[in-house]
Ligand binder design. Structure first.
Ligand code: 3HC
Length: 297
């Protein structure tokens, strides 16, 4: 099993940028790519602020931070980075056709020994692996938001994923200081998001049934169940559009009305209130990211 030393992360959004930083902090050489330089600039500025805070809190030295940034390249030149990658982690938009064509292109560029992985939790490995010539080298490696903080990383085997790929992906997760949770058989949502989805759906039912408001439901989850944040606060963190797209995909597959996105969620997405990243979702946020109050529906 070849150890993973060089990683390409495709996508510099909230997930991709932090996944790349986690890898660089762990001593790996990383390229994080995006189509557009302004997205990379935003990612770099966010990562520099986060790492500055780690240095201020004594979690890393300034020299360790600088070394990590030396190992991290934020670039629009995806193709050059792909040619030397031992592992490619795709963290692009949650749209299957986009992911499939991305993987087809990446498979043609990356070495045959490279592992191709998606950070998606809504699309199972087999739905993307069929777009590449070596599906045995494909699996999902699914991080949680915020990836710099959350320990769990799910490693998901598709029907054709080899034992060697699973072992290398799991060793990679351990190497970057995360806790691997291995799924031996694929199922959309994997473990954590399926459980989270059940909680979120119930929260939305309670809200839309008029039983309790957003603040009350979030407060109950925090103060009765010990959750670090309530389901509405969490949707704002992860992006309301992400959950919406996942539900749309589930509905397209199942045709079950229970899988349709909730009406309130659809309304927020139509308005462009996508959570923290747009400054408003269920709540509104200041420029510096402080929660301000409820966003009227
Ligand atoms: N990015 C990076 N770091 C962040 C962050 C972010 N967006 N938000 C908070 N942090 C860091 C803070 O900087 C802080 O670090 P410090 O210890 O150096 O000060 C640390 O996290 C704790 O933050 P706070 O003190 O501000 O606030 P909390 O104690 O509430 O912690 C939290 C924030 C870690 C986000 C915590 O509320 C939490 O664990 N929430 C639940 C997150 C969760 O459920 N994630 C899974 C989402 S589902 C998912 O990701 C699936 C995917 O498919 C979309």
């Amino acid at each position: 099993m070849t150890p993973i030393r060089t990683v390409l992360v495709v996508g510099s959004g909230a997930m991709g940028s932090q996944i790349a930083m986690v890898c660089a902090n762990a001593g790996l050489t990383v390229a994080c790519t995006d189509l557009d330089q302004s997205a990379l600039d935003r990612a770099e500025s966010m990562l520099r602020t986060r790492m500055e805070s780690n240095v201020a809190k004594g979690r890393m030295t300034a020299a360790q931070r600088d070394a990590a940034f030396d190992r991290l390249t934020l670039t629009t030149d995806r193709d050059t980075a792909a040619r030397t990658a031992d592992l490619v982690i795709e963290a692009a938009v949650e749209k299957l056709d986009v992911k499939r064509s991305l993987f087809a292109e990446l498979a043609a560029l990356a070495p045959d020994t490279a592992i191709l992985a998606s950070n998606s939790s809504s699309f199972v490995p087999s739905s993307m692996a069929s777009a590449v010539p070596l599906p045995e080298r494909f699996c999902n490696i699914h991080f949680f938001n915020p990836a710099l903080v959350m320990k769990c990383v799910e490693v998901v085997r598709g029907p054709e994923t080899s034992d060697e790929t699973m072992a290398a992906a799991t060793a990679f997760v351990e190497k970057i200081g995360k806790t691997p949770v291995v799924l031996e058989k694929e199922i959309p949502g994997f473990v954590a998001n399926r459980i989270l989805g059940a909680v979120r759906d119930e929260a939305l039912r309670l809200l839309e049934g008029g039983y309790a408001d957003v603040v009350a439901i979030d407060t109950a989850c925090r103060t009765a169940l010990g959750y670090p944040m309530g389901p509405f606060e969490l949707m704002d963190l992860t992006g309301i559009d992400i959950g919406y797209l996942v539900k749309k995909q589930r509905f397209a597959e199942s045709g079950d009305p229970a899988d349709e996105p909730a009406e309130t969620v659809a309304r927020l997405v139509e308005r462009g209130d996508l959570g923290r990243k747009t400054g408003s979702g269920w709540y509104t946020y200041s420029e510096s990211g402080e929660k301000q109050g409820l966003n009227p529906l």
